[in-house]
Design a protein around this ligand. Structure first.
Ligand SMILES: N[C@@H](CCC(=O)N[C@@H](CS)C(=O)NCC(=O)O)C(=O)O
Length: 212
């Protein structure tokens, strides 16, 4: 079985969590990049007209949560216990939620080139959602984890996902958002620093590419 991941020609959490997961357990995969300018003519080739897509045995599969579960299972980075699965799935759903909340401000700038609208939407996101959604994640960590190092007390796809989203929001690449918001969730900040220093993860080539 050869896994092929398909995404745009930039790094983003939706595909990075799949790459990190497979790389962590040395599962071979191929990554196909699609140029933004080629997307219009390619979009209809994919089952939901969105990326990421995973191709296995000549079949296409979509939706980040579904793909993450599949890749994590292959990599033994998912859980077997039903209640632990629920914790992991909530982190994946949280990642989708916070992305959906910030997406309008990104779309206004990237697609509509309406920078004024984008700035307004970003301000609203910062006021209403930023701290709130990270606070929700911190609470989930508090409730779920004994050691507070990993969501289910051992490294897995939930940690890869939470780490990747925090990296995105603290990277300085999102206009108006600087990393200081994470000081409001000190447990999450400590958790993030811990994952950023977890050697079996940080030694991966793909990790280094993503943080560079
Ligand atoms: N429900 C999808 C959403 C994926 C999604 O929003 N992909 C964006 C890029 S991050 C996309 O394909 N945008 C191009 C388009 O919708 O035409 C998932 O969970 O993966």
């Amino acid at each position: 079985m050869m896994i092929k991941l398909i995404y745009f020609d930039f790094n983003f959490w939706r595909v990075d969590i799949l790459r990190l997961c497979l790389s962590y357990s040395s599962i071979p995969y191929e990554l196909q990049r699609i140029k933004r300018q080629d997307w219009k003519k390619k979009k209809n080739q994919f089952p939901f007209g969105q990326l990421p897509v995973m191709q296995v045995n000549n079949q296409f599969f979509s939706h980040t949560h579904s793909l993450a579960k599949f890749c994590a299972n292959q990599a033994s980075l998912y859980e077997q216990d039903e209640f632990k699965m629920l914790i992991v799935d909530q982190v994946l759903d949280w990642a989708n939620e916070i992305t959906n909340h910030i997406a309008p401000s990104i779309r206004a700038a990237m697609r509509e080139k309406n920078f004024e609208k984008s700035r307004e939407l970003r301000k609203e996101f910062i006021k209403n959602d930023l701290k709130r959604w990270f606070y929700y994640l911190e609470n989930l960590l508090k409730r779920s984890s004994e050691n507070k190092d990993f969501f289910t007390d051992k490294f897995g796809i939930a940690d890869i996902t939470a780490w990747r989203i925090i990296l995105w929001f603290t990277s300085g690449k999102l206009d108006e958002i600087d990393s200081s918001f994470l000081n409001y969730t000190p447990l999450l900040k400590k958790y993030y620093d811990g994952i950023s220093n977890y050697e079996p993860f940080t030694k991966l080539k793909v990790y280094k590419k993503i943080v560079s």
